[in-house]
Design a protein around this ligand. Structure first.
Ligand SMILES: *[C@@H]1O[C@H](CO)[C@@H](O)[C@H](O)[C@H]1NC(C)=O
Length: 473
């Protein structure tokens, strides 16, 4: 009787045996994190497994609104579970802060405490209906999914939103081990100094209280062809816990479906440019540059005499739908002075489509992991300008290990302004030198193999199939 009822309440696409398994995504409310788990939702849904994407209403809306490069139908079946939370403070970013970590987002991060009870209720409800409930939660949302351990048919998996390289280093350091110079971990790994605010470090410590003790495994947005050595390292490091690790990435689409292409001025602009002749400049959603830095960057880009598309937006606030955004000032007459060579974009840009465009031959980036992986997928080398968090270390991975990029700003010089001369020479080195051409060639080859890895028989596809088999068994 109960069984019959249960069947009736399944969604129409959920009658298969597999669909008695439900996946619950619990993302962390910052764009780079929201996006990655939304992308993973699409992939899991393609195996006909229903997915619940759980978050505060405003953050779910942010995730949906900003996604690009998808077939419009792909998201239609993701079930967004919107949770109303009390209002929280949304101060503007401070471009003059010494530490570039987006401390303005801390009140939004703190709202996760309001999700614990609703998420527990949801897990209890799903646990009664489904054969098995699989929670995939951001490593920073550990405290929200405590209920998972109390329910017999619920399994939880940690999603690490950063590179396997960065996770390997954290794991190593946590055990107090010294990082010795090796092919895997080159000398002079940037310190964690200046990467986070003290308040965020406290937040992380709280989340990691019960870290790995009861989770069933870890998933990564990476590809073994890019970070195989670090995936092996992590397997070995956690042998005692018996945790499994899956490299399921890249989560982002590897081709842009024709139907999803939107008419965008910047893409039309790129259509008129020669192959690999444009550098795309964007520092993601958590970077606020001060006025002086913006001016130096502007001049440096112009003096490089290379084509560029520059996304000049302010960092996100905790609620991206509320209030005014600071519009950065460019030097007087700047946009006219670069007419036809440089394009300044001030709204949300279709990054994946820009990177996939044949005219784009380089990416000046803060090296957030999402951006790194999108660039790798599309075969575009990087001019690395890390700002905070895991970005200084991703810079090492990109430039020293994968050798598909140049450094714009060394982490040791993080407090100094990057002058227009430095910008100019980094851009020229990447876009107009033999060394840059070699990096572009390596990046193109890596991109091709990464795109191939998600096709039938490819290493990421096989990893995904093994994960799906594991969670549905
Ligand atoms: C975030 O939560 C912590 C712990 O409850 C608290 O100490 C801190 O003041 C909060 N920060 C903000 C910006 O709301």
């Amino acid at each position: 009787m109960a069984m019959a009822n249960r069947q009736q309440h399944q969604p129409s696409h959920g009658i298969t045996k597999q669909a008695q398994v439900v996946v619950v995504m619990v993302p962390f409310p910052a764009q780079g994190h929201l996006n990655q788990l939304l992308q993973l939702s699409r992939l899991i849904l393609s195996y006909n497994i229903p997915v619940r994407y759980v978050g505060a209403t405003t953050h779910n809306r942010q995730a949906k609104q900003r996604v690009h490069g998808w077939d419009p139908d792909a998201a239609a079946n993701i079930h967004f579970h919107d949770i109303e939370i009390p209002p929280f403070r949304c101060p503007p970013p401070n471009p003059n802060a010494k530490i570039k970590f987006p401390s303005q987002l801390q009140p939004a991060f703190n709202t996760s405490s309001h999700l614990t009870e609703p998420v527990s209720m949801l897990l209890r409800a799903l646990s009664c209906k489904a054969r098995k409930v699989i929670v995939i939660h951001d490593s920073l949302m550990e405290s929200v999914i405590q209920e998972a351990r109390l329910l017999p048919n619920v399994e939880s998996y940690i999603f690490h939103s950063v590179s396997a390289f960065a996770v390997s280093l954290y794991a190593w350091e946590q055990q107090g081990k010294i990082i010795e110079d090796s092919d895997m971990f080159p000398r002079d790994i940037p310190s964690l100094e200046g990467c986070f605010t003290a308040e965020f470090a406290d937040f992380v410590a709280c989340q990691y209280n019960n870290y790995q003790k009861f989770n069933s495994g870890c998933v990564y947005n990476t590809c073994k062809l890019v970070e195989g050595a670090y995936m092996d390292f992590l397997e070995k490091e956690t042998l005692k816990e018996g945790n499994k690790h899956w490299a399921l990435g890249p989560f982002n689409p590897v081709t842009i479906p024709e139907r999803s292409k939107k008419k965008k001025f910047c893409l039309d602009w790129l259509d008129k440019k020669a192959r690999n002749s444009v550098i795309y400049v964007s520092f993601g959603t958590t970077t606020a540059l001060d006025d002086e830095q913006i001016k130096e960057l502007a001049i440096g880009l112009r003096e490089s005499k290379q084509n560029f598309v520059w996304v000049l937006r302010d960092a996100d606030k905790g609620d991206v739908f509320g209030g005014e955004e600071r519009s950065a000032e460019l030097p007087e007459g700047y946009e006219d002075s670069v007419d036809g060579v440089g394009l300044v974009v001030r709204d949300w840009a279709p990054q994946l489509e820009i990177l996939a465009h044949p005219a784009t031959g380089g990416f000046m980036s803060h090296c957030g992991w999402n951006s790194c992986l999108e660039s790798i997928t599309m075969g575009v080398p990087i001019a690395a300008w890390p700002m905070h968090s895991d970005q200084p270390r991703n810079t090492v991975l990109i430039t020293k290990i994968l050798k598909i990029g140049v450094v714009v700003k060394e982490w040791e010089l993080r407090d100094a302004v990057v002058t227009s001369n430095i910008v100019e020479s980094a851009v020229k080195r990447l876009m107009a030198s033999t060394e840059g051409d070699e990096m572009r060639k390596r990046a193109a080859e890596m991109g091709e193999s990464v795109r191939g890895s998600v096709a039938e028989g490819g290493v990421s596809r096989m990893e995904m199939e093994s994960f799906i088999a594991h969670i549905t068994s």
